[in-house]
Design a protein around this ligand. Structure first.
Ligand SMILES: [Cu+2]
Length: 383
């Protein structure tokens, strides 16, 4: 019941309206069977036209927000919505055709269906299926268990792991070069580029052409992690450390790309040596410390249609950084409107500094709603 009394008023109104429209259509069908044709015509016409209103003002908007703006085509809700949307347009168009055919002479004779009754019955059958699909969408979006599995791993640990992985793959790169294994060198160069740039990077992909896209990281990209953290820090020591590490990473990225562009081991050896040298200058502890964001910064990853960790506790004055890890688009929007991000694409981040104590619930505008619906999270700010 909570869901029906809750926040998504338009979805609730639409749900009730769709059930009533379907009942109306079946009543209209009953009058046709009884031979009361004028009554039948009046009821079916009103139902189809009322439905047109709900399509235009509620269903198209809902589809646009969830599927188009939210960049969501996978998952049960989005799949149901796409099938529902397509069949719904077919049924509504057929309904309008039937009205015109029934009440006017507009439809040219060559476009007139011969078996008119059968078409009406098929449309009613299709309409019934569509309403059942609609109930399914309502269930999965607003009532059922979340389809996404929140990432269990601690987000900071995950970010730090990316830093450690970089050092490992840089070492493996130079090792395979010294063993003279061209293919392996190219593989590790691909690992480095993907790890550094992440999915939002210009070069991300199957760079060594072996048919596999290999990313030892989590797809965010070290550059994105570091930039997100550096963008919220307000002490100069962190800033200069971040700038230094960012520069090293960009150099390593460029060198790894030139390793991939080289055709033989000889022309690879110079960039491989340089990567080795630069990686040694990267202090693992510095990277880890920077990625931990310091005592006043907490990272929340946005992945699998969930905020991870879903609940974070921070000290008053702390900054929370949200980083979108996946290609679906999301927002970070407070229930009480205290904060609201732009649409975040993959690798993009948003941060907010909490100067008041209290519990702040938030949601994604595309995949959730205020009041604890769908894709949600919470920040607890302690004094
Ligand atoms: Cu979202």
């Amino acid at each position: 019941m909570q869901a029906l009394l809750g926040t998504r008023l338009s979805a609730d109104i639409n749900l009730v309206a769709q059930i009533l429209i379907l009942i109306g259509l079946w009543i209209g069908f009953y009058f046709a069977r009884k031979g009361q044709i004028p009554r039948h015509q009046t009821i079916q016409t009103s139902m189809v036209l009322v439905n047109l209103f709900f399509i235009a003002f509620i269903m198209i908007t809902s589809f646009y927000n969830f599927v188009i703006l939210g960049g969501t085509t996978s998952g049960i809700s989005a799949s149901l919505m796409m099938v529902h949307g397509f069949l719904g347009l077919v049924a509504e168009t057929t309904g309008i055709y039937l009205i015109l055919r029934m009440r006017t002479q507009i439809i040219p004779p060559r476009l007139r269906v011969s078996n008119f009754k059968l078409l009406m019955r098929m449309t009613l059958g299709l309409w019934t299926i569509i309403v059942v699909l609609g109930l399914g969408i309502y269930y999965f979006r607003y009532i059922g268990p979340p389809t996404s599995v929140p990432v269990a791993a601690e987000s900071v640990a995950q970010a730090q792991q990316a830093g450690v992985d970089l050092l490992i793959h840089a070492a493996e790169l130079s090792e395979s070069a010294s063993r003279g294994n061209l293919q392996t060198v190219r593989r590790h160069a691909e690992h480095l580029v993907n790890l550094i740039e992440g999915e939002s990077g210009e070069h991300y992909g199957d760079l060594d052409g072996d048919g596999f896209l290999e990313d030892p990281g989590d797809g965010v990209g070290l550059l994105n992690y570091l930039q997100s953290v550096a963008s919220v820090s307000d002490d100069s020591q962190t800033d200069s450390l971040a700038a230094e590490i960012l520069e090293l990473l960009e150099e390593i990225d460029d060198l790894a790309l030139s390793v991939l562009a080289a055709n033989d081991l000889n022309s690879m050896s110079a960039p491989v040596d340089k990567v080795d040298g630069l990686a040694q200058r990267l202090n693992g502890e510095d990277v880890a410390q920077l990625l931990a964001g310091g005592p006043d910064t907490v990272i929340v990853l946005v992945d699998n249609f969930a905020f991870s960790p879903g609940v974070v506790s921070v000290q008053q004055g702390s900054t929370v950084v949200w980083i979108n890890k996946e290609t679906a688009k999301h927002t970070v929007t407070a229930d009480n409107e205290l904060f609201n991000s732009e649409t975040l694409s993959v690798g993009e981040s948003y941060s907010f500094t909490f100067n008041e104590t209290g519990t702040f619930a938030y949601y994604c505008k595309f995949h959730g709603d205020a009041g604890g619906v769908g894709m949600i999270g919470q920040v607890e700010v302690e004094p």
